[in-house]
Design a protein around this ligand. Structure first.
Ligand SMILES: NC(=O)c1ccc[n+]([C@@H]2O[C@H](COP(=O)([O-])OP(=O)(O)OC[C@H]3O[C@@H](n4cnc5c(N)ncnc54)[C@H](OP(=O)(O)O)[C@@H]3O)[C@@H](O)[C@H]2O)c1
Length: 298
């Protein structure tokens, strides 16, 4: 009769003996409270946040407990936006700074009013359609200065202190146009592709410091600006619902959700990336594009 095989020797249990980094401990504490993102004690600047995606991001961050700084050029639009944030996030600490961030002086006004931040969301961006061969030098420069240089200046100011304190979040709101550049928006596409490089580069600059740097590739989103843009490309006499469908059918046929994205859907990704749940996500480009870009990776 064959004899039974002896049982394998018991393997010694291996327990974690080395302390985990504080950011991991923080993540584990958050996990204990299910998916509860707590940004209390964090100051978040969201550029271009008096309306649209920026306002939705600022609202989401305020709902998670962050003190939020709203920026834009129009002071009265900013005050209305601050009221909207407080309506959604009772007791929110909301600061507004009116300045033109496409300029050096405008950036200095913001950094003077709010010298430090834990979270910087570079959301400001302008867009419009223009035949490729008609884009002037001045327009190329304006797109670069407003959409790219504004974000670089603010990163240069806020990143060093984030690195020194060992925690920070920098986000850039890019666009599907960064990787699927429409023929009628190559100046805009150039600026958004540049942001992907800027984001990846600053993530390397922040390597090993506890600061993460990422870009979010937003797809066609339902904002006031986009309503105007849609009407530049489809018949102005169409009612909004029809105009939106026509725009998606003719100009964004690859969208897998076959509708415009709502700003809160972009905000959800930004709040997540701002949290300690996302502490191992850096140097990336995360898509919230409704599946518009026909690729598995960005
Ligand atoms: N909407 C989309 O479908 C879509 C898709 C992909 C990516 N994105 C990106 O998402 C971001 C936000 O887009 P959005 O549609 O929400 O924009 P939006 O509705 O046009 O809002 C733009 C915001 O930026 C402010 N702003 C404009 N120029 C400024 C300047 N020079 N200095 C300071 N603030 C300025 C505006 O306020 P004031 O006018 O008062 O200054 C406003 O608060 C942009 O980067 C855009 O490229 C949008």
């Amino acid at each position: 009769m064959p004899t039974a095989e002896p049982p394998p020797p018991a393997r010694p249990r291996r327990l974690i003996t080395h302390a985990r980094p504080p950011m991991v401990e923080e993540k584990i504490r958050e996990r204990g409270r299910a998916v509860h993102i707590d940004l209390k004690g964090r100051t978040a600047i969201v550029t271009g946040s008096s309306q649209g995606i920026g306002l939705a991001i600022a609202t989401g961050l305020a709902e998670a407990g962050a003190r939020v700084v709203l920026t834009g050029r129009g002071a009265s639009r900013l005050e209305a936006a601050a009221g909207a944030v407080r309506d959604r996030a009772a007791g929110a600490d909301v600061v507004t700074v009116a300045s033109d961030l496409a300029t050096e002086d405008g950036a200095a006004a913001l950094t003077g009013a709010v010298p430090d931040a834990d979270i910087l969301v570079n959301n400001l961006g302008v867009f419009g359609s223009r035949p490729a061969l008609e884009i002037t030098d001045a327009e190329w420069r304006a797109y670069f200065e407003t959409n790219v240089l504004s974000a670089v200046r603010l990163t240069r100011h806020y990143l060093p202190a984030m690195k020194a304190q060992g925690w920070g979040r920098v986000l850039y709101i890019a666009s599907d146009s960064a990787i699927a550049t429409p023929a009628e928006m190559i100046h805009y596409g150039m600026s958004k592709t540049a942001l992907l490089a800027v984001s990846r580069g600053f993530a390397k600059e922040a390597a090993g410091t506890g600061v993460t740097v990422n870009s979010v590739i937003a797809g066609p989103t339902h904002t006031g600006g986009v309503e105007e843009f849609v009407y530049e490309l489809v018949d102005r006499s169409l009612p909004w619902e029809e105009a939106q469908r026509e725009f998606m059918r003719r100009h964004r046929p690859h969208s897998l959700i076959q509708r415009l994205i709502e700003p809160e859907e972009i905000a959800g990704m930004c709040v997540y990336l701002s949290s300690s749940f996302a502490s191992a996500t850096t140097g990336g480009a995360l898509r919230v594009d409704g599946g518009y870009v026909d690729a598995i990776l960005p």
